[in-house]
Design a binder for this molecule. Structure first.
Ligand code: ZN
Ligand code: ZN
Length: 309
């Protein structure tokens, strides 16, 4: 099961009641954090997340509200005793930015591996986790991400019982290995498995004006997390000029891409109560929800549960 949390949902600057936007994805005890603005380590702590599980940090772009919290986070991880490597992935220029920021975070007890993603889009794999990235439209190199988590095929206990397989061997077959039974028979995984399950897909899109690359990223997402600086139509032109979207743009994206759910995030500091504008987003995409610091869900959801709010 994938644990998804938004420890912060603000844009531009942290507020006393709203940390900067970021996203925590935890699967099988390993966590990915997307973006790390000023104060993100406090937001993680407030949300009750276990920083020691962090293995990968994805950066969307190098505006301060998305990366300025990096040195502090690294120092805290070091002070907590992290010794396993941390991978940091981001757009071109990552190496220079991280090396400048880490010049004030020396002596870390763990290694940092940097991965610069080039071109207008592509794919990167970490084990069975698949990261698909595309360039957005924000005036500086800015990547949107779709993270897909591979799921094990369906195990059929009735088939296993019919073959008299000891229960202690079920997990071996489920992970795809053959087993030899005490009576000498060999059982192959395909004899007890019922086929593949689709991956769990999360799309994370901020900051950008609406563009076609977003539709590709959000296509078929179980959850689209997307920026909406304001919920007022009158703010669209002004926001688009600054390289941002409003609630209605995000809702249109979710609908066009066939996403199953939408969490809005990266609110303007001037937007004090984003929920006032939820109806405007739901008029376009009914399952839309307004994110808030600490919003959390477990995926996949049962098929009879619809909205993720
Ligand atoms: Zn931003
Ligand atoms: Zn930005």
């Amino acid at each position: 099961m994938l644990d998804v949390c938004l420890p912060g949902t603000g844009g531009m600057l942290p507020l006393p009641e709203r940390w900067l936007s970021c996203c925590w994805l935890e699967y099988q005890g390993k966590a990915v954090l997307i973006d790390c603005g000023e104060g993100t380590q406090i937001a993680l702590r407030k949300a009750g997340l276990r920083m020691a599980r962090l293995e990968t940090l994805l950066i969307t772009h190098f505006h301060a509200d998305h990366i300025a919290g990096l040195p502090g986070l690294l120092l805290t991880l070091g002070n907590q005793g992290k010794v396993t490597p941390l991978k940091i992935i981001g757009p071109r220029g990552l190496r220079a930015v991280v090396s400048a920021l880490t010049s004030i975070a020396g002596g870390l007890p763990f290694s940092v591996e940097l991965v610069e993603l080039h071109g207008s889009g592509g794919d990167y794999h970490i084990g069975e986790t698949h990261i698909h990235y595309r360039m957005l439209n924000h005036g500086v190199p800015c990547l949107g991400y779709r993270i897909s988590y591979h799921r094990k095929p369906i195990f059929n206990p009735r088939k296993a019982a019919a073959l008299d397989i000891p229960k202690r061997l079920y997990s071996v077959l489920h992970r795809g290995d053959s087993v030899k039974l005490p009576d000498g028979r060999t059982v192959r995984p395909e004899q007890v498995l019922d086929g593949e399950r689709p991956p769990i897909r999360i799309a994370y899109i901020t900051d950008s004006v609406y563009c076609e690359n977003m539709v590709d990223l959000a296509s078929g997402a179980d959850l689209l997390i997307c920026e909406g600086m304001y919920g007022d139509e009158n703010m669209r032109d002004k926001m688009n000029e600054k390289g941002h979207m409003i609630f209605q743009d995000a809702a249109r994206l979710a609908r066009t891409a066939g996403a199953r759910a939408l969490w809005l995030t990266h609110f303007s500091p001037a937007l004090r109560n984003p929920k006032e504008h939820l109806a405007a987003a739901q008029a376009i995409f009914l399952p839309a929800a307004v994110g808030y610091d600490g919003i959390r869900t477990i995926l996949p959801r049962a098929s009879n549960e619809r909205a993720l709010n």
